[in-house]
Design a protein around this ligand. Structure first.
Ligand SMILES: Cc1cc2nc3c(=O)[nH]c(=O)nc-3n(C[C@H](O)[C@H](O)[C@H](O)COP(=O)(O)OP(=O)(O)OC[C@H]3O[C@@H](n4cnc5c(N)ncnc54)[C@H](O)[C@@H]3O)c2cc1C
Length: 465
């Protein structure tokens, strides 16, 4: 146990007995996320105010126990897991949209708000919060900021970081700071906001977020293009981007992925289809029509055997549902997966997809490739059965092989899911020793006693696999 009983007593006094969970059954509910691990925390805090969080962190320093921030636990790299025991701090009670300011195109929210609710509230006044992780209806904005979440709109509109103007953060030492601005621009001092976005809960607990909003596009059109040749499909991605058609989404699904979601698609697909592109354009209605027609032509010229334009908002929604259900639907193939979200330069996507086919054959395991092809971010899901030792070993070898290929193609190990615990052993494949050492010095400046989400991103081995 890392939390001694006097500390538990003090925590209870700060939070109230109702909001400090210590019963085993309660703690088990916070023992997992969307990665593969199971780590039961020693206690779970449900604070209702940032001052309570500040006090909790002061106690953590005094008694030296780990504190792990948590949204809704949809993270895929184990970031919210209590890998070294300690206290999980859940943001579910910090769930208010404090402000939507249509005159200044911004929103101020607490970290426990579900991302989809921010989108809905902004849409009511004709505004839009573009980042759109497939989990938007069940993940929190705090988790999105901590992971710098992306999603399908990133190809045109960027990722969470591009919409965070400012933050309120409780530092690991218990101080509360405000970073950033409420204005469109601002360059006073170091850009701590950008450092904190994507820091995976290792530098502080975010308690308030100022978000930039943009006008909601007047029209959208979604198209689906089916290819019998995988390579032609992946080459079409670069062609559509080079044609300056500015798609607001450009998603890719390979054949194995299609097998998992076929039943959710609103259309029958011929068996010969090897890959699908899901393409969206948005903007002014006339412009959208023109660009959708051009997308159709490009896809046909690339050899698409099927190009469909979703005729109604309902069918558009069904198409996107089929895409969004893909991650959980992958379990139809095998009970476990290693879920990677590598990024390569767009022109190298065909090389990556071909290499993954080879890795799959060598490992003897099904590997799905799908995701945000428009920005080169391909989700590679290695499916296996953990109960079979051989499959488990083959799956882990496949990850290492995948990362080797990705680095050879000038890519990065993660585009949006972060490092957490699952990629921590591999960061030395991407970051130099000097960068890791500087990062650890930064971490120490924020968190001198290493109480804040320890064991994440940087392992003691220095990130060397
Ligand atoms: C089906 C499915 C689809 C997904 N699709 C996408 C996608 O398209 N794009 C994408 O980017 N991700 C996607 N994800 C991953 C996941 O939803 C995101 O990483 C999301 O940002 C996590 O939010 P959360 O509230 O669940 O955070 P959690 O999982 O609870 O936590 C994630 C990390 O954030 C930290 N954290 C949480 N709240 C705070 C806070 N207030 N202050 C400081 N640190 C905090 C935690 O310590 C942890 O390190 C998907 C996940 C699933 C299960």
């Amino acid at each position: 146990m890392t939390i001694p009983s006097p500390a538990l007593k003090a925590l209870q006094a700060v939070l109230g007995a109702e909001y400090l969970l210590t019963a085993e059954a309660d703690r088990h509910c916070y023992a997992y996320d969307a990665a593969n691990g199971l780590f039961v925390p020693e206690a779970v805090a449900l604070p209702g105010h940032e001052n309570e969080i500040a006090r909790v962190l002061q106690l953590a320093n005094e008694y030296r126990f780990p504190v792990i921030p948590r949204g809704t636990g949809t993270g895929t790299t184990g970031g919210a897991l209590a890998v070294q025991g300690g206290l999980v701090v859940v943001t579910s009670r910090l769930n208010r949209i404090l402000e939507i300011d249509p005159d200044n195109f911004l929103a101020v929210v607490e970290p426990g708000v579900i991302t989809g609710q921010i989108k809905a509230a902004a849409a009511k006044v004709g505004l839009w919060y573009p980042p759109d992780p497939s989990s938007a209806n069940f993940c929190t904005i705090g988790g999105n900021v901590a992971e710098n979440a992306g999603g399908s709109a990133a190809v045109q509109y960027g990722v969470t970081r591009d919409y965070v103007l400012g933050l309120r953060v409780v530092l690991p030492t218990g101080e509360i700071i405000d970073t950033g601005v409420r204005t469109a621009k601002g360059v006073v001092g170091y850009d701590l906001t950008r450092l904190l976005v994507g820091s995976e809960g290792t530098l502080g607990i975010i308690t308030r977020i100022i978000l930039r909003l943009i006008p909601l596009p007047a029209a959208r059109q979604t198209l689906l293009a089916g290819f019998t040749d995988l390579r032609r499909a992946t080459e079409t991605v670069a062609r559509l981007l080079k044609a300056r058609l500015a798609p607001s989404a450009l998603e890719f699904l390979d054949r194995a992925s299609l097998t998992c979601v076929r039943q959710w698609l609103p259309y029958e697909l011929p068996d010969a289809i090897q890959a699908l592109l899901l393409i969206e354009v948005d903007g002014h209605p006339h412009d959208v029509q023109e660009r959708a027609a051009a997308v159709q032509t490009h896809c046909q010229e690339q050899g698409a055997t099927l190009v469909l334009v979703a005729p109604t908002p309902e069918e558009t929604e069904k198409l996107w549902q089929a895409r969004k259900v893909l991650s959980p639907a992958a379990f139809r193939l095998k009970p476990h997966k290693l879920s990677e979200d590598v990024v390569v330069p767009i022109s190298r996507i065909p090389d990556l997809v071909r290499a993954v086919e080879g890795i799959s054959q060598q490992a003897g395991l099904p590997i799905l490739c799908f995701g945000h092809a428009g920005d080169g971010n391909i989700h590679v899901n290695i499916m296996y059965d953990r109960r079979e030792a051989q499959e488990q070993a083959a799956a882990h070898r496949a990850v290492k092989e995948l990362f080797t290929v990705v680095r050879r193609l000038d890519g990065t190990l993660s585009g949006e899911h972060g490092v957490g615990i699952s990629k921590a052993p591999y960061i030395g494949m991407e970051l130099s020793e000097a960068v890791i050492a500087l990062s650890l010095r930064l971490k120490k400046a924020f968190d001198p006693n290493n109480i804040m989400n320890p064991g994440k991103i940087f392992t003691t081995a220095g990130g060397r696999p």
